[in-house]
Design a protein around this ligand. Sequence first.
Ligand code: GAF
Length: 399
Amino acid sequence: TTTDEFLTPPLAEQVDAVTRRYAEAFGNPPQWVVAAPGRVNLIGEHTDYNAGFVFPLAIERYTVIAAGRPLRIAASDAIRVHSTLFDETAEFSLANLEPDRRDWTSYLRGAFAGCLERGLHPGTLDLLVDSNVPQGGGLSSSAALEVATATLIEAVTGRTLDPVDKARLAQRAEHVYAGMPCGIMDQFSSALGAAGKLLLIDCRTEIAELIPLDDPAIAVLVINSNVKHELTGSEYPERRAQCEQSARLLGVASLRDVTPAQLEAQRSRLDPLLYRRAHHVVGEIERTTRAAAALQAGDWPLVGELMYASHQSLRDDFEVSCPELDALVEAARDVGEAGGVIGARMTGGGFGGCIVALVRAGREREIADRIGAAYRARSGIEATAFVTKPARGAHIIKA
Ligand code: GAF
């Protein structure tokens, strides 16, 4: 496997680089610097918009934004933003935050709009945005950008948003400005992530239980298939609609309200396709709470089994996997417990992106290499991999 910065560079280094680049781009040092992470989901996929449980962690990969007041004469509501990713500078006005889905500044504009609605008025700013969250890899680079923007506005205005409300604001930006009807998991993880902790989020109450993942013998390995099938755009809303329709036919507010036994008893109310969709969701919600309990008990074989079962269900019942993700998970399974792999599954929305594997610490590189070699032989594609610990959520670095 090509190890793409297998060990993530410390956030402090990224912040130094961003601070220097801000000064180069805008002529003075930044006044404010903030960071918000991406996330990887250990288990609980396509359950968030069904009011179910998810079990993600924020990762040590951050979107960092540096900001200051413009040196030049600028309109009082002008926002100028430079992206290190696109090496591009764009400008927009706080007086006109209409959604334009083709524009990369949409995520920022959506977060600005949400903050203005809540009475946070930052005024004119120069921004420099940098990120080492892989783009398009299903690791919530867009949520990191939305949450980082809202955090920056908190820093500038000296106001604090309730972190769950900040996640909702960022989720709404995704809905309205990116046209993606996502659940709350990604923005919640970025806003509320905690070092050394997984978040068992109850998406109905929007309350998270922090569960330690600090066993030094266990590591989280993320492997990127480096493919992204352009299906997510149409398939995600379709899956969401199918879940809602299933809930209606079963006479409940959401699939969270159905147990596996109830689903079996009422199977005849759903056509075979809707049954499979509901079967995934109802089973996945149960797997997620079981995995959280197993992880706390240190029952690693059970955690692994539940991860593989989750993948299979996403592949066969929910149909959001793809041959590349299946190949990576199979390769992980072939390495197996004897080779140090506890469990693996696709993570995020699907149709490409990453798998997450829980592995024995100290063997991460060897495992990534073996999985990468098998994947290359099968697909001809180079995977990229990195290890991460559960990371701290969005925070202000300089104010
Ligand atoms: C995407 C969405 F943004 C999340 O809300 C979640 O539904 C996930 O897919 C699937 O679990 O990341």
